[in-house]
Design a protein around this ligand. Sequence first.
Ligand SMILES: NC(=O)c1ccc[n+]([C@@H]2O[C@H](COP(=O)([O-])OP(=O)(O)OC[C@H]3O[C@@H](n4cnc5c(N)ncnc54)[C@H](OP(=O)(O)O)[C@@H]3O)[C@@H](O)[C@H]2O)c1
Length: 275
Amino acid sequence: MSIPTGQKALLLPSKQGEFVVDTVDVPNPDAGEVLVRIEAASLSHLELLMQRTGIYITSYPAILGLDAAGVVVAVGDEVENVSLGDRVLFVANFNLANRFAAQQQYAVMKANLTSKIPPNITFDEAATLPCNLTTAVNGLYSSVAFVAGGIQRGGANLTPFWKEGGRGKYAAQPIVILGGSSSVGQYAIQLARISGFSPIITTASPKNADFVTSFGATHVLDRNLSREVLIAKIREITSQPVHLVYDAVSFPETQNVAYDILAPGGTLIVVPTYS
Ligand SMILES: NC(=O)c1ccc[n+]([C@@H]2O[C@H](COP(=O)([O-])OP(=O)(O)OC[C@H]3O[C@@H](n4cnc5c(N)ncnc54)[C@H](OP(=O)(O)O)[C@@H]3O)[C@@H](O)[C@H]2O)c1
């Protein structure tokens, strides 16, 4: 495959500056890395916050871009899991260096942190998956409280469904997922279903009720209901204590509902809000 030496990138030239398209070198993959021709990348809430405030950016010009999907066009030494021409998606490590960022035509990535894209998924669809899915997965299954940007983070430490005994382990236990039609909420519902939770109670706009039910929600409540009515309706659906709430949007109003419905000693998962 012919690879150019220069490429277009979306650059942030200075702190709180405006994004500009400019030309930068195409990076080379080191051992264990692949070079990916980026076909689709997202610009998320986080990156807009980074542009607005400079948070997490250590040097300029900076290239951002976390969600990436594309084609492997060069393979470094010691790479075994992917080959030239493979379609892959990944969470780009743009915080490490510009060569890893997704908002450019070519980026390098550690090969063992890429996933192959099934043939029935387009690049655009694939690029919506990495951060949304990993946020949902980390919230539910991560045990490690790690520090990122000075903030300690961790997850609910559930047994993941991909480990022995994990699939269906939480059968007959209720979960409440606030914001089930959001990008993170959609994945949280699907993961909760695989882990066995029942009922899976979520909130969304009525127009999205069929949508969230289609992939696993068992009960959908109008997210515009008052806090008191939402809590009463959740208690009508399940008389069991709710030990796990995933607030996938984490607005003040949803966090208040979450706290009120949570059983003593329960776990509330929140997402960092960047808007
Ligand atoms: N996406 C990620 O990877 C990620 C990672 C970390 C943190 N976050 C944070 O998570 C939050 C959500 O991000 P997202 O990308 O998942 O958002 P999104 O896909 O843009 O979600 C928007 C949806 O959230 C729903 N929503 C809004 N207010 C709600 C409320 N009060 N109650 C219930 N649902 C409500 C609405 O659903 P209806 O249309 O049904 O009303 C709306 O369509 C943001 O604050 C973001 O910064 C996201």
